[in-house]
Design a protein around this ligand. Structure first.
Ligand SMILES: Nc1ncnc2c1ncn2[C@@H]1O[C@H](COP(=O)(O)OP(=O)(O)OP(=O)(O)O)[C@@H](O)[C@H]1O
Ligand SMILES: [Mg+2]
Length: 349
């Protein structure tokens, strides 16, 4: 299968910051690549280079067979882009915005009209179609921006965090649109903070951090790399989280991930149900009451934590600290905690 998108050794620096530090990737035609990474990892920068909006310091890339540096116009004619921040004309209505894009791309008036109508329906915007975009909510703007990127049915699409800010119903609606596009042969590079989205939509996943690709594979391959099942325990008493962490450490293959806020402790294990029973007995023997306990397969979130040291959705800077007192990030408690939950950041490289 031919690759619709290829990048080799992309480097981009902004002053001191190496936003891209040798990124390689390829997306076979007709497939979806999910680009994951914490804030500041280099996802948007990658998308901007591939969509000709930014010139890399070094490296090369082709999109739809065209070199992004030598043939930017051909690349632009072959792609659709929905950026992280919606770019719509505030003073035009939703319908006018979409028709204008069609006209810019020299579609016939009637074709532009019917495509606009179709997209307005796909994105649940039909009712608001004839209101100026400045009256739209954030989620509506985002949907209009996504619709605008699809007006001309480009063979290669880039979507930078397409569902950030969408409610669950509209997120599902977008997933359906994406599946329709892919069924029609569109190639898609998608960045997202929602790992279930990558799990659901992407054929292949690349995890980037500090401008480097740190893992790649299908969702299943990445989960398998992370290894085995997880035991998850919700401790009843916040004061006993430290003791419970000690207990769980004895069963874990690789540290304990602690969410103080929800009192949830997670460990990777080998040994399934038998081990689960042992964990329960040991917690009981130490007088630790539990609200919930279970065995589950690793999720992409586990993959993300073990690779980068924090959850996708609460990585709010690119610093190495996840324990900011909010208690929602992966963090470890207790004295012997060094390097346990944060297996990622430092150990992963
Ligand atoms: N125009 C710019 N000038 C200076 N620094 C920049 C610029 N664009 C990006 N950076 C820096 O490059 C790094 C990568 O940024 P990028 O926007 O690609 O991250 P991202 O993975 O898209 O993050 P997010 O999840 O927050 O969208 C960051 O450290 C960022 O501050
Ligand atoms: Mg970004």
């Amino acid at each position: 299968m031919q690759d619709a998108i290829v990048a080799e050794g992309l480097v981009k620096t902004f002053g001191e910051v190496r936003a891209l530090d040798g990124v390689d990737l390829n997306v076979p035609t007709g497939t979806v690549l999910g680009l994951l990474g914490p804030n500041g990892a280099g996802k948007t920068t990658t998308v901007r280079v591939l969509t000709t909006l930014l010139t890399p310091d070094s490296g090369r890339a082709t999109v739809a067979g065209y070199d992004v540096l030598k043939h930017p116009d051909e690349v632009r004619r072959s792609i659709g882009l929905s950026g992280q921040f919606a770019a719509v004309d505030e003073y035009l209505t939703g319908r006018e915005n979409l028709q204008m894009v069609g006209e810019l791309y020299q579609m016939r008036g009637s074709a532009a009209k019917s495509r606009a109508q179709e997209l307005l329906e796909w994105f649940n915007l039909a009712e608001a179609a004839d209101r100026p975009a400045k009256t739209y909510s954030g989620g509506m703007r985002r949907r209009l921006d996504l619709a605008a990127a699809l007006v001309v049915r480009p063979p290669v699409m880039f979507m930078d965090e397409p569902t950030t800010g969408l409610d669950p119903r509209n997120r599902l609606a977008l997933w359906e649109v994406i599946q329709k596009l892919v069924a029609d042969g569109t190639t898609l590079l998608l960045t997202t903070q929602y790992l279930e989205e990558a799990d659901h939509l992407a054929h292949d996943i690349i995890v980037v951090d500090h401008g480097k690709v740190i893992a790649r594979g299908t969702a299943d391959q990445l989960k398998a790399q992370t290894g085995g099942e997880r035991v998850e325990v919700v401790v009843h008493d916040r004061e006993l989280i430290g003791t419970a962490t000690e207990v769980l450490r004895g069963f874990s293959r690789d540290g304990v991930s602690v969410d103080k806020h929800t009192r949830r402790l997670t460990i990777p294990v080998q040994g399934g149900a038998k081990l689960l029973a042992e964990v329960i007995r040991e917690l009981d023997a130490r007088g630790i009451e539990i609200d919930d306990i279970g065995l589950r397969r690793p999720t992409l979130d586990d993959v993300f934590i073990s690779l980068t040291g924090h959850h996708a959705e609460d990585a709010d800077d690119d610093g190495d600290e996840s324990g900011d007192g909010s208690g929602s990030a992966a963090e470890d408690t207790g004295s012997a905690a060094e390097g346990a939950a944060q297996t990622g950041k430092d150990d992963a490289r």
